[in-house]
Design a protein around this ligand. Structure first.
Ligand code: FMN
Length: 161
């Protein structure tokens, strides 16, 4: 059986996820970021996380350094933030309407995120048309009782549907 990209995308859409914005610094020190729902945990000790990064992403080179990255887990009010960082805007931090801070590793932490993970890059693995980026968590933060933005079958959702 041959599985097409459309079929794998549609079937994976049945796997409900949260949504993150993952930020890094490019070689010129400019902030970059993309929306990603492939974020997941790998290991508790040591604390490792991963996400899959499309090789065609404009920001791909920023993740090939050992400078690290930050994962922002979006809250249910942050659909516009998700759409913004899923766009192909040249500089996504120019005239940004959302507030953010510089984290301990220099990467952007978005106000309103319900959790954040600051990471140093631990490994990059071949993942077909994606690169599997593994990070070691050096600092984290979470908001008690906050509701997540969810993604299911290509649509945003909240815990109440
Ligand atoms: C809900 C959602 C989840 C996404 N998840 C991923 C992902 O896990 N990995 C990825 O490389 N792109 C993912 N994307 C697509 C990127 O956000 C999009 O291609 C972005 O423009 C890439 O950044 P760039 O501007 O640096 O190319 C996702 C988009 C959406 C809307």
């Amino acid at each position: 059986m041959t599985v097409t990209p459309r079929e794998i995308r549609d079937a994976m859409g049945c796997f409900a996820t949260g949504i993150t914005v993952i930020t890094a610094l490019d070689a010129d020190g400019r902030h970059v970021g993309l929306t990603a729902n492939s974020f997941n945990s790998v290991s508790l000790d040591p604390p490792l996380v991963l996400f899959s990064l499309d090789r065609r992403a404009n920001c791909v080179d920023a993740f090939r350094t050992d400078l690290g990255f930050a994962v922002n887990v979006l809250g249910e009010e942050q659909q516009a933030v998700s759409n913004h960082f899923a766009s192909k805007a040249d500089d996504k931090f120019a005239d940004l309407e959302f507030d953010w801070q510089v984290g301990g590793n220099g990467c952007a932490l978005l106000d309103g995120a319900i959790a954040s993970f600051e990471c140093v890059t631990d490994a990059l693995h071949d993942g077909g048309d994606h690169v599997i980026v593994v990070g070691r968590v050096t600092r984290l933060n979470r908001v008690e009782g906050a509701s997540p933005l969810l993604y299911f079958q290509g649509q945003y959702a909240g815990l109440e549907g």
